[in-house]
Design a protein around this ligand. Structure first.
Ligand SMILES: *[C@@H]1O[C@H](CO)[C@@H](O)[C@H](O)[C@H]1NC(C)=O
Ligand SMILES: *[C@@H]1O[C@H](CO)[C@@H](O)[C@H](O)[C@H]1NC(C)=O
Ligand SMILES: *[C@@H]1O[C@H](CO)[C@@H](O)[C@H](O)[C@H]1NC(C)=O
Ligand SMILES: *[C@@H]1O[C@H](CO)[C@@H](O)[C@H](O)[C@H]1NC(C)=O
Ligand SMILES: *[C@@H]1O[C@H](CO)[C@@H](O)[C@H](O)[C@H]1NC(C)=O
Length: 668
């Protein structure tokens, strides 16, 4: 690299010596800012080397000194003596295979029109090879054996006149002082020096080759007696030609010196060849490495993308799930259906996760997708088996489960989409729309029938565990359907009663359920009672109030009944078109279901009979309902309950802290 400072010292001397002949001379110690005329793929490297060919195949490169050289005084005169020396190196990308070689050439033009690569060495073509009109002299450093041209081997030096059949030829090498011949391998990649001397008087041309830094051998490798005057014109151009065959080969010239009528100046301080394995030395480095790096980068990116995508859509499958494969949804489809679980698609959020609206990609079926965080696999099998079996049975008042999907830490349930959302939206908190009594009664009747189905019409008893207005969903025709059945079970699961967590929603939990942690159909009935009251009254079971004294709905309804005016408890929003007896029935039934003793509560079957008027509801006093046995007086087990109480299951209900507080303080 430091040789950048060694510049071409190109001298152009015109010497009117007594011999009265011109002298042309130049020297290039490296080719920094050298003015040579290049063609083909010849180029200068950034390290000041002349690179005749690089990696290409079937290519040739030429470099000529730009100015003509005077070889004679007159067209019929004799050729001047001349002398030239240069340092070259031939490096192949493929070890002992190489391109065709390198030629020092004296030609009538800069460049060699119509020349071919390969074994024509960039000098001739099949038509003009050997033609006396060529006026071309070459000294070839031939690295390929071409039988056609009388080559002796693939590593020889030859003198070519007008054609490639050498008039003098010898294996590359040199004779030492004792006359012993030493082989040189031209394609070894090592720097070698060539001297070409022509004596105008003796008409002898000597060609000598040696390794760089060696003294010039005294005995030339080739000595050809040949009068060049018929071949060389008065002015000629000097340069180099080189060609690659099928093997990409670098042909370098490191320095070059030339002189007519005198001895060429010795070269010194030549630039260095690129280190092997570094830039410019091999195709692998110049082309292969960038391609490999690019390919690896692209491959790495693709791998990451693939991994991320796989990770993104990764699911959990277990062996026992095989029988539910019809209910299994692909996470990727759900991801697309919910537009990547976008916040905009959220229908509601509850303690266990969010519910998203989705549209299945192909069927365009509208779905509700509930995403539940769930780390434990315990109880999962039973849970899925239960919800799938219910889903298979179908009931018009139970939200249809379409299927499920499982991922690490996530359970995803897919339900039919209920266009009117959850019932609670229509009941309290100054609703935009309310339901009139007949609509409410139809919902109540539907939910009762759905719960009856779960309790008595399924393969086995299914306990909903979380009946409440926010878990009742309305379809387009305002039919009420129970949602989220059994989900609490997944969370309340446990074989050891001591460790059983109570899951449900405050205000709907039966006292014995709170105490024992065991859910029964009867605890569902209790919740259903709270549901009846909230639908009829348009109030939450526990209504926080400004003065901190929270309204316990069941107590309040009971007090209305006690005053003999139970209809005072009814929601004013139910309109005027209702049968008072029906409202009264629902309110009383709500109180009946709230009985603290589970054995005193009605069953869902009985409730349906009452609602349908098949059986008349007895007087509350006959049923043992009194303020003493309504729920909130039971305080046993509350401490345990508090510790394990999770947030609401429903996605539209958000219990406020004051609700919990009031509960802790024991209600009223
Ligand atoms: C290179 O040499 C040619 C021929 O002598 C000449 O026309 C040209 O101006 C030279 N260019 C430079 C940059 O020296
Ligand atoms: C050069 O030689 C050719 C024949 O070889 C001859 O015809 C011609 O006249 C000569 N020219 C001069 C200037 O001597
Ligand atoms: C090239 O070298 C390999 C081993 O490196 C050898 O097997 C092969 O014969 C050589 N070919 C020539 C043409 O020398
Ligand atoms: C030189 O090379 C030739 C041909 O490759 C071979 O026949 C000869 O034995 C070699 N001589 C020496 C001294 O290595
Ligand atoms: C060519 O080599 C011979 C020895 O083989 C020598 O006598 C002669 O002077 C050399 N000619 C030149 C021009 O170097």
């Amino acid at each position: 690299m430091f040789f950048n400072f060694f510049i071409l010292v190109a001298l152009f001397l015109v010497d009117f010596s007594p011999a009265s002949c011109e002298v042309d001379a130049f020297i290039f110690n490296g080719f920094q800012s050298a003015n040579l005329s290049l063609d083909g793929i010849a180029q200068f490297t950034s390290t000041d080397l002349l690179l005749l060919t690089n990696s290409g195949t079937q290519n040739q490169g030429h470099a000529f000194y730009p100015n003509p050289i005077h070889f004679k005084n007159s067209p019929n005169g004799s050729v001047f003596s001349f002398s030239t020396t240069f340092v070259f190196a031939i490096r192949s990308d493929y070890g002992n295979l190489s391109g065709h070689g390198l030629v020092f050439v004296i030609a009538p033009h800069k460049g060699l029109q119509g020349s071919l690569a390969n074994h024509y060495l960039g000098l001739f073509n099949s038509n003009n090879n050997g033609n006396g009109l060529n006026h071309v002299i070459g000294v070839e450093l031939d690295t390929i054996y071409s039988e056609d041209f009388g080559d002796i081997n693939d590593n020889h030096v030859g003198i070519d006149i007008n054609g490639l059949r050498s008039v003098a030829i010898h294996t590359a090498g040199y004779f030492d002082d004792t006359g012993f011949f030493h082989n040189l391998t031209l394609i070894s990649g090592k720097e070698m020096q060539v001297w070409i001397d022509y004596d105008g008087r003796t008409k002898q041309m000597n060609v000598t080759v040696a390794q760089l830094h060696m003294e010039k051998p005294v005995r030339p490798l080739l000595a050809l007696k040949h009068d060049l005057s018929s071949i060389l014109d008065q002015t000629m151009y000097v340069g180099f030609s080189s060609s690659t065959g099928s093997v990409p080969t670098h042909h370098y010239i490191l320095g070059w010196s030339f002189k007519t009528n005198g001895k060429a100046q010795e070269l010194s301080q030549l630039p260095e060849l690129p280190r092997l394995g570094s830039k410019g030395t091999s195709r692998f480095v110049t082309i292969g490495l960038p391609i490999i790096s690019l390919v690896s980068v692209v491959a790495a990116v693709l791998a990451v993308v693939y991994y991320v995508r796989r990770k993104k859509y990764e699911e959990i499958h277990e062996d026992w799930e095989r029988e539910y494969r019809l209910q299994r949804f692909k996470y990727k489809e759900l991801y697309i259906a919910t537009k990547g679980f976008r916040e905009k698609e959220v229908l509601g959020a509850g303690g266990f996760g969010k519910v998203y609206k989705g549209v299945m990609p192909i069927t365009k079926l509208e779905i509700a997708v509930k995403k539940i965080s769930h780390e434990s696999r315990q109880g999962m099998k039973e849970f899925i088996s239960e919800i799938v079996s219910i889903g298979r049975m179908q009931h018009r008042n139970v939200v249809q489960l379409l299927g499920y999907c499982r991922r690490k830490g996530e359970l995803i349930l897919i339900y039919e989409y209920m266009s009117n959302g959850s019932l609670d939206k229509y009941l309290y908190d100054q609703p935009r729309y309310t339901l009139d009594w007949n609509q409410r009664f139809r919902v109540i009747r539907g939910v009762a029938s759905g719960l009856f189905f779960l309790h008595e019409e399924c393969d086995h008893v299914v306990i909903h565990r979380d009946v409440k207005a926010s878990n009742v969903l309305l379809d387009g025709e305002l039919n009420g359907k129970l949602g989220d059945f059994g989900l609490a079970r997944l969370y309340g699961h446990g074989t050891d009663p001591q460790s059983t967590r109570v899951v449900g929603t405050l205000g709907y939990l039966a006292p014995e359920h709170t105490r024992t942690g065991r859910a029964t159909p009867s605890s569902d009935v209790f919740s259903f009672g709270a549901f009846l009251l909230e639908v009829a009254c348009g109030r939450r079971p526990i209504q926080p109030r400004q003065d901190g004294d929270d309204l316990i709905l069941v107590d309040w309804v009971f007090s209305c009944w006690n005053r003999g005016n139970i209809l005072d408890a009814a929601d004013p929003n139910i309109g005027i078109d209702f049968v008072p007896g029906q409202v009264e029935l629902v309110l009383k039934l709500g109180l009946f279901c709230s009985h603290s003793d589970p054995s005193c509560r009605p069953t869902m079957r009985q409730i349906l009979l009452f609602l349908d008027g098949v059986v008349a509801l007895p007087e509350l006093s006959e049923l043992g309902v009194s303020s003493a046995n309504l729920t909130f007086e039971h305080r046993g087990g509350f401490d345990d309950f508090v510790k394990s109480y999770p947030t609401s299951l429903g996605y539209a209900y958000s219990g406020s802290p004051s609700v919990t507080d009031s509960f802790l303080s024991g209600g009223r």
